[in-house]
Design a protein. Sequence first.
Length: 530
Amino acid sequence: MLAASAHRLTEPSHPIGARRVFGPIASWVLSALVFHAARLVFHGYDQAAWWENSFLALQSARTLLLLQDLAASDDPAESSSWVSLSIFPVIHALAVAANLMARLAGTEEAVITVTEALAGASWLTLSIPPARWRRAGTMLTRTLGSGLVIGMTATVLMPAIARLWDGLSVPGTTLLTRWTFGMAQSLLRLVEMDVVVHGESFEIGARGFVVTISPLCSGVQGLGLVSVFLAGYLVAFRRSLRFPHALCLLPLGILASMVLNVVRIASLILIGAHGRPDIAVNGFHSHAGWLAFNAIAVGAAAVGRTRWLASREQGSHAEEPDQTTSASLIPLLALIAASLLSAALSSGFDWLYGLRLAAVGAVAWHYRAFYRTLPWTVGWHAPVIGTVVFGLWMFLVRMAPAASGEAIGATLARSAPAVAVVWMVLRVLGSTMVAPFAEELAFRAYLPRRLLSVDADRVLLGVYTPVTLLASSLAFGFLHGRWFAGTIAGLLYAWALQRRGSLGDAFAAHATTNGLLCVYALVMQDWSVM
Protein backbone atom coordinates (compact mmCIF):
# COMPACT_ATOMS: atom_id res chain seq x y z
CA MET A 1 0.00 0.00 0.00
CA LEU A 2 1.33 3.44 -0.86
CA ALA A 3 2.51 5.76 1.85
CA ALA A 4 0.03 8.49 2.66
CA SER A 5 0.46 11.71 0.78
CA ALA A 6 2.38 14.34 2.71
CA HIS A 7 -0.11 17.09 1.92
CA ARG A 8 -2.90 15.09 3.57
CA LEU A 9 -1.09 14.70 6.86
CA THR A 10 -1.35 16.87 9.92
CA GLU A 11 1.15 19.61 10.65
CA PRO A 12 3.49 19.35 13.69
CA SER A 13 2.01 20.61 16.94
CA HIS A 14 4.36 23.64 17.05
CA PRO A 15 4.87 24.92 13.51
CA ILE A 16 7.17 27.88 13.00
CA GLY A 17 5.91 30.88 11.08
CA ALA A 18 7.35 31.64 7.67
CA ARG A 19 8.64 35.04 8.81
CA ARG A 20 10.61 33.54 11.69
CA VAL A 21 12.05 30.88 9.39
CA PHE A 22 12.88 32.95 6.31
CA GLY A 23 13.58 36.29 8.02
CA PRO A 24 17.04 35.60 9.53
CA ILE A 25 18.23 33.71 6.45
CA ALA A 26 16.89 36.40 4.11
CA SER A 27 18.83 38.99 6.14
CA TRP A 28 22.02 36.99 5.67
CA VAL A 29 21.43 36.54 1.93
CA LEU A 30 20.77 40.24 1.37
CA SER A 31 23.80 41.24 3.42
CA ALA A 32 25.97 38.77 1.52
CA LEU A 33 24.76 40.13 -1.83
CA VAL A 34 25.65 43.66 -0.72
CA PHE A 35 29.14 42.58 0.34
CA HIS A 36 29.72 40.64 -2.87
CA ALA A 37 28.48 43.52 -5.02
CA ALA A 38 30.71 45.99 -3.19
CA ARG A 39 33.71 43.69 -3.61
CA LEU A 40 32.99 43.37 -7.34
CA VAL A 41 32.56 47.10 -7.90
CA PHE A 42 35.53 48.38 -5.89
CA HIS A 43 38.03 45.50 -5.99
CA GLY A 44 37.03 43.21 -8.85
CA TYR A 45 36.28 39.53 -8.53
CA ASP A 46 38.34 37.61 -5.98
CA GLN A 47 37.56 33.93 -5.42
CA ALA A 48 39.35 33.86 -2.05
CA ALA A 49 37.13 36.68 -0.73
CA TRP A 50 33.85 34.82 -1.18
CA TRP A 51 34.01 32.94 2.12
CA GLU A 52 35.22 36.04 3.94
CA ASN A 53 32.38 38.13 2.50
CA SER A 54 29.80 35.48 3.34
CA PHE A 55 30.90 35.31 6.97
CA LEU A 56 30.95 39.10 7.21
CA ALA A 57 27.43 39.14 5.81
CA LEU A 58 26.34 36.51 8.34
CA GLN A 59 27.78 38.59 11.17
CA SER A 60 26.09 41.73 9.86
CA ALA A 61 22.73 40.01 9.51
CA ARG A 62 22.97 38.53 12.99
CA THR A 63 23.96 41.93 14.42
CA LEU A 64 20.92 43.59 12.82
CA LEU A 65 18.63 40.93 14.28
CA LEU A 66 20.17 41.34 17.74
CA LEU A 67 19.69 45.12 17.53
CA GLN A 68 16.07 44.52 16.55
CA ASP A 69 15.61 42.29 19.61
CA LEU A 70 17.15 44.99 21.82
CA ALA A 71 14.79 47.62 20.42
CA ALA A 72 11.79 45.41 21.16
CA SER A 73 12.97 44.50 24.68
CA ASP A 74 11.41 46.19 27.72
CA ASP A 75 14.75 46.13 29.56
CA PRO A 76 17.66 46.16 27.08
CA ALA A 77 20.23 45.84 29.86
CA GLU A 78 18.80 42.44 30.80
CA SER A 79 18.42 41.20 27.23
CA SER A 80 20.55 38.27 26.14
CA SER A 81 21.12 40.09 22.83
CA TRP A 82 23.02 42.77 24.73
CA VAL A 83 25.47 40.14 25.98
CA SER A 84 26.20 38.91 22.46
CA LEU A 85 26.62 42.43 21.11
CA SER A 86 28.96 43.36 23.97
CA ILE A 87 31.29 40.39 23.57
CA PHE A 88 31.40 40.44 19.77
CA PRO A 89 33.47 43.64 19.33
CA VAL A 90 35.90 42.56 22.06
CA ILE A 91 36.71 39.27 20.32
CA HIS A 92 36.77 40.96 16.94
CA ALA A 93 39.24 43.56 18.26
CA LEU A 94 41.43 40.73 19.55
CA ALA A 95 41.36 39.17 16.09
CA VAL A 96 42.49 42.43 14.48
CA ALA A 97 45.25 42.89 17.09
CA ALA A 98 46.47 39.31 16.65
CA ASN A 99 46.50 39.80 12.89
CA LEU A 100 48.66 42.92 13.17
CA MET A 101 51.08 41.34 15.66
CA ALA A 102 51.49 38.24 13.54
CA ARG A 103 52.16 40.31 10.43
CA LEU A 104 54.78 42.37 12.28
CA ALA A 105 56.43 39.12 13.39
CA GLY A 106 56.44 37.91 9.77
CA THR A 107 54.66 34.64 10.52
CA GLU A 108 52.08 34.28 7.76
CA GLU A 109 50.79 30.92 9.03
CA ALA A 110 50.16 32.47 12.44
CA VAL A 111 48.26 35.28 10.74
CA ILE A 112 45.87 32.84 9.11
CA THR A 113 45.49 30.53 12.11
CA VAL A 114 44.97 33.18 14.79
CA THR A 115 42.73 35.39 12.69
CA GLU A 116 40.48 32.56 11.56
CA ALA A 117 40.21 31.17 15.10
CA LEU A 118 39.21 34.51 16.63
CA ALA A 119 36.95 35.39 13.70
CA GLY A 120 35.23 32.04 14.17
CA ALA A 121 34.83 32.76 17.88
CA SER A 122 33.32 36.17 17.15
CA TRP A 123 30.90 34.57 14.70
CA LEU A 124 29.85 32.00 17.30
CA THR A 125 29.09 34.70 19.87
CA LEU A 126 26.62 36.23 17.43
CA SER A 127 25.15 32.96 16.18
CA ILE A 128 24.58 31.15 19.49
CA PRO A 129 22.32 32.72 22.14
CA PRO A 130 24.09 33.20 25.50
CA ALA A 131 21.65 30.81 27.18
CA ARG A 132 23.06 28.03 25.03
CA TRP A 133 26.76 28.90 25.36
CA ARG A 134 27.34 26.38 28.13
CA ARG A 135 25.72 23.55 26.20
CA ALA A 136 27.51 24.57 23.00
CA GLY A 137 30.80 24.74 24.90
CA THR A 138 30.29 21.23 26.24
CA MET A 139 29.49 19.88 22.79
CA LEU A 140 32.44 21.75 21.27
CA THR A 141 34.77 20.45 23.98
CA ARG A 142 33.68 16.89 23.32
CA THR A 143 34.06 17.31 19.57
CA LEU A 144 37.48 18.93 19.85
CA GLY A 145 38.52 16.36 22.43
CA SER A 146 37.52 13.49 20.17
CA GLY A 147 39.30 15.12 17.24
CA LEU A 148 42.41 15.68 19.37
CA VAL A 149 42.47 12.03 20.45
CA ILE A 150 41.98 10.80 16.89
CA GLY A 151 44.62 13.19 15.57
CA MET A 152 47.18 12.25 18.21
CA THR A 153 46.50 8.55 17.64
CA ALA A 154 46.96 8.97 13.91
CA THR A 155 50.19 10.93 14.49
CA VAL A 156 51.57 8.20 16.73
CA LEU A 157 50.53 5.35 14.44
CA MET A 158 51.57 7.02 11.18
CA PRO A 159 55.30 6.17 11.42
CA ALA A 160 54.50 2.56 12.31
CA ILE A 161 52.06 2.25 9.39
CA ALA A 162 54.60 3.84 7.06
CA ARG A 163 57.26 1.36 8.16
CA LEU A 164 54.81 -1.53 7.68
CA TRP A 165 53.87 -0.24 4.22
CA ASP A 166 57.53 0.16 3.26
CA GLY A 167 58.23 -3.36 4.49
CA LEU A 168 55.66 -4.71 2.05
CA SER A 169 57.15 -2.79 -0.85
CA VAL A 170 59.93 -3.07 -3.35
CA PRO A 171 61.61 -0.06 -4.99
CA GLY A 172 58.99 1.96 -6.86
CA THR A 173 55.91 -0.03 -5.93
CA THR A 174 53.99 -1.84 -3.17
CA LEU A 175 52.44 -5.21 -2.55
CA LEU A 176 49.02 -3.90 -3.56
CA THR A 177 50.45 -2.53 -6.81
CA ARG A 178 52.04 -5.89 -7.65
CA TRP A 179 48.76 -7.70 -6.91
CA THR A 180 46.78 -5.23 -9.05
CA PHE A 181 49.31 -5.52 -11.88
CA GLY A 182 49.19 -9.32 -11.87
CA MET A 183 45.40 -9.56 -11.70
CA ALA A 184 44.90 -6.95 -14.45
CA GLN A 185 47.32 -8.89 -16.64
CA SER A 186 45.45 -12.17 -16.04
CA LEU A 187 42.07 -10.55 -16.71
CA LEU A 188 43.28 -8.92 -19.93
CA ARG A 189 44.62 -12.20 -21.29
CA LEU A 190 41.12 -13.68 -21.05
CA VAL A 191 39.77 -11.25 -23.65
CA GLU A 192 42.83 -9.92 -25.49
CA MET A 193 45.55 -11.94 -27.20
CA ASP A 194 48.05 -9.13 -27.83
CA VAL A 195 48.91 -8.11 -24.24
CA VAL A 196 52.12 -6.14 -23.66
CA VAL A 197 53.68 -6.52 -20.20
CA HIS A 198 56.81 -4.87 -18.75
CA GLY A 199 57.13 -6.18 -15.22
CA GLU A 200 60.09 -3.98 -14.23
CA SER A 201 58.26 -0.72 -14.94
CA PHE A 202 54.76 -2.10 -14.28
CA GLU A 203 53.58 -1.20 -17.76
CA ILE A 204 50.71 -3.11 -19.30
CA GLY A 205 48.71 -2.60 -22.46
CA ALA A 206 47.42 -3.96 -25.73
CA ARG A 207 47.54 -2.95 -29.42
CA GLY A 208 49.86 -0.04 -28.79
CA PHE A 209 47.94 1.47 -25.87
CA VAL A 210 50.07 1.07 -22.73
CA VAL A 211 49.55 2.36 -19.18
CA THR A 212 51.74 2.36 -16.11
CA ILE A 213 50.26 1.07 -12.84
CA SER A 214 51.74 3.37 -10.21
CA PRO A 215 51.13 3.02 -6.46
CA LEU A 216 48.32 5.58 -6.78
CA CYS A 217 46.64 3.36 -9.40
CA SER A 218 46.81 0.34 -7.10
CA GLY A 219 43.47 1.20 -5.55
CA VAL A 220 44.80 2.38 -2.19
CA GLN A 221 42.63 5.53 -2.29
CA GLY A 222 39.55 3.46 -3.03
CA LEU A 223 40.39 1.13 -0.15
CA GLY A 224 40.62 4.11 2.17
CA LEU A 225 37.30 5.57 1.00
CA VAL A 226 35.49 2.25 1.23
CA SER A 227 36.95 1.48 4.67
CA VAL A 228 35.96 4.87 6.08
CA PHE A 229 32.49 4.69 4.56
CA LEU A 230 31.78 1.17 5.80
CA ALA A 231 33.14 1.93 9.27
CA GLY A 232 30.87 4.98 9.44
CA TYR A 233 27.94 2.95 8.13
CA LEU A 234 28.44 0.27 10.80
CA VAL A 235 28.57 2.90 13.53
CA ALA A 236 25.67 5.04 12.27
CA PHE A 237 23.32 2.07 11.71
CA ARG A 238 24.51 -0.11 14.58
CA ARG A 239 21.00 -0.32 16.03
CA SER A 240 19.50 -1.68 12.81
CA LEU A 241 22.32 -4.14 12.04
CA ARG A 242 22.96 -7.58 13.50
CA PHE A 243 26.38 -7.95 15.10
CA PRO A 244 28.82 -9.57 14.72
CA HIS A 245 27.32 -10.67 11.37
CA ALA A 246 27.39 -7.11 9.96
CA LEU A 247 31.16 -6.89 10.43
CA CYS A 248 31.54 -9.02 7.31
CA LEU A 249 30.64 -5.92 5.27
CA LEU A 250 34.07 -4.44 5.93
CA PRO A 251 36.23 -7.23 4.43
CA LEU A 252 33.70 -7.82 1.66
CA GLY A 253 33.74 -4.13 0.75
CA ILE A 254 37.54 -4.01 0.73
CA LEU A 255 37.69 -7.12 -1.46
CA ALA A 256 35.08 -5.65 -3.82
CA SER A 257 37.11 -2.43 -4.06
CA MET A 258 40.26 -4.35 -5.03
CA VAL A 259 38.44 -6.45 -7.63
CA LEU A 260 36.62 -3.50 -9.18
CA ASN A 261 39.88 -1.56 -9.43
CA VAL A 262 41.37 -4.43 -11.44
CA VAL A 263 38.29 -4.41 -13.68
CA ARG A 264 38.65 -0.63 -14.05
CA ILE A 265 42.26 -0.88 -15.22
CA ALA A 266 41.53 -3.74 -17.63
CA SER A 267 38.50 -1.90 -19.05
CA LEU A 268 40.52 1.29 -19.46
CA ILE A 269 43.15 -0.57 -21.48
CA LEU A 270 40.53 -2.24 -23.66
CA ILE A 271 38.81 1.09 -24.38
CA GLY A 272 42.12 2.70 -25.32
CA ALA A 273 43.30 -0.30 -27.34
CA HIS A 274 40.13 -0.42 -29.43
CA GLY A 275 40.25 3.06 -30.87
CA ARG A 276 39.14 5.43 -28.07
CA PRO A 277 42.24 6.44 -26.11
CA ASP A 278 40.69 9.90 -25.56
CA ILE A 279 37.76 8.40 -23.66
CA ALA A 280 40.06 6.06 -21.74
CA VAL A 281 42.34 8.87 -20.56
CA ASN A 282 39.99 11.87 -20.24
CA GLY A 283 36.81 10.15 -19.06
CA PHE A 284 36.93 6.58 -17.90
CA HIS A 285 40.21 6.90 -15.98
CA SER A 286 38.91 9.48 -13.50
CA HIS A 287 35.20 8.63 -13.25
CA ALA A 288 35.19 4.83 -13.16
CA GLY A 289 36.63 4.84 -9.65
CA TRP A 290 33.73 6.92 -8.36
CA LEU A 291 31.27 4.61 -10.09
CA ALA A 292 32.87 1.66 -8.31
CA PHE A 293 32.78 3.42 -4.94
CA ASN A 294 29.11 4.34 -5.33
CA ALA A 295 28.28 0.78 -6.38
CA ILE A 296 29.97 -0.60 -3.26
CA ALA A 297 28.27 1.96 -1.01
CA VAL A 298 24.79 1.29 -2.41
CA GLY A 299 25.44 -2.45 -2.39
CA ALA A 300 26.52 -2.40 1.25
CA ALA A 301 23.41 -0.46 2.25
CA ALA A 302 21.21 -2.91 0.32
CA VAL A 303 22.91 -5.96 1.84
CA GLY A 304 22.60 -4.40 5.28
CA ARG A 305 18.80 -4.45 4.94
CA THR A 306 18.62 -8.18 4.22
CA ARG A 307 17.38 -10.60 6.86
CA TRP A 308 20.87 -12.00 7.37
CA LEU A 309 22.44 -8.71 8.45
CA ALA A 310 19.49 -6.63 9.68
CA SER A 311 18.59 -6.76 13.36
CA ARG A 312 15.62 -8.91 14.27
CA GLU A 313 13.31 -5.93 14.74
CA GLN A 314 14.52 -4.33 11.51
CA GLY A 315 14.39 -7.65 9.68
CA SER A 316 10.73 -8.13 10.57
CA HIS A 317 9.98 -4.96 8.55
CA ALA A 318 12.38 -5.72 5.73
CA GLU A 319 9.53 -6.55 3.41
CA GLU A 320 7.89 -3.16 4.03
CA PRO A 321 9.92 -0.67 1.97
CA ASP A 322 9.78 3.03 2.81
CA GLN A 323 8.31 4.26 -0.43
CA THR A 324 8.49 7.93 0.51
CA THR A 325 12.26 7.73 0.97
CA SER A 326 12.93 5.63 -2.10
CA ALA A 327 10.59 7.59 -4.39
CA SER A 328 12.10 10.89 -3.21
CA LEU A 329 15.79 10.00 -3.38
CA ILE A 330 16.19 7.40 -6.11
CA PRO A 331 15.49 9.89 -8.96
CA LEU A 332 18.40 12.04 -7.76
CA LEU A 333 20.62 8.99 -7.26
CA ALA A 334 19.75 7.80 -10.76
CA LEU A 335 20.57 11.25 -12.14
CA ILE A 336 23.96 11.28 -10.42
CA ALA A 337 24.75 7.71 -11.48
CA ALA A 338 23.86 8.48 -15.09
CA SER A 339 26.02 11.62 -14.95
CA LEU A 340 29.01 9.62 -13.71
CA LEU A 341 28.47 6.93 -16.31
CA SER A 342 28.15 9.38 -19.19
CA ALA A 343 31.26 11.25 -17.99
CA ALA A 344 33.21 7.97 -17.78
CA LEU A 345 32.25 7.14 -21.37
CA SER A 346 32.99 10.60 -22.76
CA SER A 347 36.19 12.48 -23.55
CA GLY A 348 35.52 15.89 -22.09
CA PHE A 349 32.16 16.54 -23.79
CA ASP A 350 29.06 14.83 -22.41
CA TRP A 351 27.65 13.31 -25.61
CA LEU A 352 25.66 10.76 -23.58
CA TYR A 353 23.60 13.38 -21.73
CA GLY A 354 20.46 11.51 -22.76
CA LEU A 355 21.31 8.75 -20.26
CA ARG A 356 20.13 11.10 -17.51
CA LEU A 357 16.71 11.43 -19.08
CA ALA A 358 16.41 7.68 -19.54
CA ALA A 359 17.49 6.88 -15.98
CA VAL A 360 15.21 9.38 -14.24
CA GLY A 361 12.36 8.58 -16.63
CA ALA A 362 12.57 4.89 -15.74
CA VAL A 363 12.45 5.69 -12.01
CA ALA A 364 9.54 8.10 -12.49
CA TRP A 365 7.59 5.43 -14.35
CA HIS A 366 8.27 2.89 -11.60
CA TYR A 367 6.99 5.23 -8.84
CA ARG A 368 4.31 6.92 -10.95
CA ALA A 369 1.49 5.89 -8.59
CA PHE A 370 3.25 7.52 -5.63
CA TYR A 371 3.94 10.74 -7.52
CA ARG A 372 0.25 11.08 -8.35
CA THR A 373 -0.46 11.54 -4.62
CA LEU A 374 1.75 14.63 -4.38
CA PRO A 375 0.41 18.17 -4.93
CA TRP A 376 1.55 19.44 -8.35
CA THR A 377 -0.63 22.55 -8.73
CA VAL A 378 1.20 25.71 -9.79
CA GLY A 379 0.49 29.23 -8.58
CA TRP A 380 1.28 32.53 -10.27
CA HIS A 381 4.15 33.23 -7.89
CA ALA A 382 6.22 30.18 -8.97
CA PRO A 383 7.42 31.52 -12.37
CA VAL A 384 7.99 34.93 -10.77
CA ILE A 385 10.30 33.40 -8.15
CA GLY A 386 12.01 31.38 -10.87
CA THR A 387 12.65 34.56 -12.86
CA VAL A 388 14.11 36.27 -9.78
CA VAL A 389 16.43 33.31 -9.23
CA PHE A 390 17.52 33.56 -12.88
CA GLY A 391 18.49 37.21 -12.39
CA LEU A 392 20.40 36.49 -9.17
CA TRP A 393 22.10 33.47 -10.73
CA MET A 394 23.27 35.51 -13.73
CA PHE A 395 24.63 38.23 -11.44
CA LEU A 396 26.56 35.77 -9.24
CA VAL A 397 27.75 33.49 -12.04
CA ARG A 398 29.17 36.44 -13.94
CA MET A 399 31.64 36.89 -11.08
CA ALA A 400 33.05 33.40 -11.69
CA PRO A 401 32.33 32.17 -15.22
CA ALA A 402 32.87 28.46 -15.84
CA ALA A 403 35.70 27.54 -18.16
CA SER A 404 33.69 24.63 -19.58
CA GLY A 405 31.25 26.98 -21.30
CA GLU A 406 33.63 27.81 -24.14
CA ALA A 407 34.47 24.12 -24.66
CA ILE A 408 30.78 23.23 -25.02
CA GLY A 409 30.20 25.93 -27.60
CA ALA A 410 33.30 24.99 -29.58
CA THR A 411 32.38 21.29 -29.63
CA LEU A 412 28.83 21.98 -30.80
CA ALA A 413 30.14 24.29 -33.51
CA ARG A 414 32.35 21.50 -34.90
CA SER A 415 29.55 18.92 -34.80
CA ALA A 416 27.05 18.05 -37.51
CA PRO A 417 23.99 20.33 -37.27
CA ALA A 418 21.56 17.43 -36.69
CA VAL A 419 23.72 15.99 -33.89
CA ALA A 420 24.10 19.39 -32.24
CA VAL A 421 20.33 20.02 -32.40
CA VAL A 422 19.49 16.63 -30.86
CA TRP A 423 22.01 17.20 -28.06
CA MET A 424 20.64 20.67 -27.32
CA VAL A 425 17.05 19.39 -27.25
CA LEU A 426 18.05 16.68 -24.76
CA ARG A 427 19.98 19.22 -22.69
CA VAL A 428 17.02 21.59 -22.54
CA LEU A 429 14.63 18.78 -21.56
CA GLY A 430 17.05 17.58 -18.90
CA SER A 431 17.54 21.07 -17.48
CA THR A 432 13.89 22.12 -17.47
CA MET A 433 12.13 18.84 -16.62
CA VAL A 434 14.39 16.07 -15.36
CA ALA A 435 16.77 17.98 -13.07
CA PRO A 436 14.02 20.06 -11.35
CA PHE A 437 11.92 16.92 -10.84
CA ALA A 438 14.72 14.89 -9.20
CA GLU A 439 16.20 17.75 -7.19
CA GLU A 440 12.94 19.17 -5.84
CA LEU A 441 11.84 15.73 -4.67
CA ALA A 442 15.09 15.27 -2.75
CA PHE A 443 15.90 18.77 -1.45
CA ARG A 444 12.46 20.29 -0.92
CA ALA A 445 9.99 17.41 -0.57
CA TYR A 446 12.11 15.01 1.48
CA LEU A 447 15.26 16.34 3.17
CA PRO A 448 13.71 19.17 5.27
CA ARG A 449 10.95 16.86 6.52
CA ARG A 450 13.39 14.04 7.23
CA LEU A 451 15.51 16.41 9.31
CA LEU A 452 12.42 17.28 11.35
CA SER A 453 11.20 13.72 11.90
CA VAL A 454 12.43 10.16 11.40
CA ASP A 455 9.11 9.56 9.68
CA ALA A 456 9.05 12.21 6.96
CA ASP A 457 5.38 11.48 6.21
CA ARG A 458 4.40 13.03 9.56
CA VAL A 459 5.56 16.48 8.39
CA LEU A 460 3.65 18.60 5.91
CA LEU A 461 5.27 19.77 2.71
CA GLY A 462 6.59 23.30 3.16
CA VAL A 463 7.08 23.11 6.94
CA TYR A 464 10.59 24.28 7.86
CA THR A 465 12.72 25.39 10.75
CA PRO A 466 15.70 27.71 10.16
CA VAL A 467 18.04 24.73 10.52
CA THR A 468 16.22 22.43 8.09
CA LEU A 469 15.73 25.26 5.60
CA LEU A 470 19.39 26.28 5.61
CA ALA A 471 20.72 22.71 5.69
CA SER A 472 18.66 21.57 2.70
CA SER A 473 19.47 24.74 0.75
CA LEU A 474 23.19 24.43 1.45
CA ALA A 475 23.13 20.79 0.33
CA PHE A 476 21.40 21.91 -2.86
CA GLY A 477 23.99 24.65 -3.36
CA PHE A 478 27.01 22.42 -2.88
CA LEU A 479 25.58 19.87 -5.32
CA HIS A 480 25.67 22.56 -8.01
CA GLY A 481 29.27 23.59 -7.41
CA ARG A 482 28.45 27.30 -7.17
CA TRP A 483 27.53 26.94 -3.54
CA PHE A 484 26.43 30.51 -2.78
CA ALA A 485 24.28 30.99 -5.88
CA GLY A 486 22.87 27.48 -5.46
CA THR A 487 22.03 28.10 -1.79
CA ILE A 488 20.12 31.28 -2.61
CA ALA A 489 18.24 29.43 -5.35
CA GLY A 490 17.39 26.64 -2.90
CA LEU A 491 16.06 29.14 -0.35
CA LEU A 492 13.80 30.80 -2.91
CA TYR A 493 12.52 27.47 -4.25
CA ALA A 494 11.74 26.49 -0.66
CA TRP A 495 9.79 29.73 -0.30
CA ALA A 496 7.84 28.88 -3.44
CA LEU A 497 6.88 25.53 -1.89
CA GLN A 498 6.12 27.01 1.52
CA ARG A 499 3.61 29.57 0.25
CA ARG A 500 0.96 26.98 -0.69
CA GLY A 501 2.50 23.64 0.29
CA SER A 502 2.53 22.51 -3.34
CA LEU A 503 5.57 20.73 -4.76
CA GLY A 504 4.44 21.92 -8.18
CA ASP A 505 5.34 25.50 -7.23
CA ALA A 506 8.94 24.57 -6.38
CA PHE A 507 9.20 22.50 -9.55
CA ALA A 508 7.78 25.31 -11.71
CA ALA A 509 10.09 27.91 -10.16
CA HIS A 510 13.11 25.67 -10.71
CA ALA A 511 12.04 24.83 -14.26
CA THR A 512 11.52 28.53 -15.03
CA THR A 513 15.04 29.39 -13.88
CA ASN A 514 16.61 26.60 -15.89
CA GLY A 515 14.46 27.38 -18.90
CA LEU A 516 15.58 31.02 -18.92
CA LEU A 517 19.20 29.89 -18.54
CA CYS A 518 18.75 27.61 -21.55
CA VAL A 519 17.27 30.44 -23.61
CA TYR A 520 20.16 32.71 -22.67
CA ALA A 521 22.74 30.01 -23.47
CA LEU A 522 21.18 29.27 -26.85
CA VAL A 523 20.67 32.89 -27.89
CA MET A 524 24.00 34.22 -26.63
CA GLN A 525 25.94 31.00 -27.34
CA ASP A 526 27.24 31.20 -23.78
CA TRP A 527 27.09 27.84 -21.96
CA SER A 528 29.10 29.02 -18.96
CA VAL A 529 25.87 29.97 -17.13
CA MET A 530 24.58 26.39 -17.13
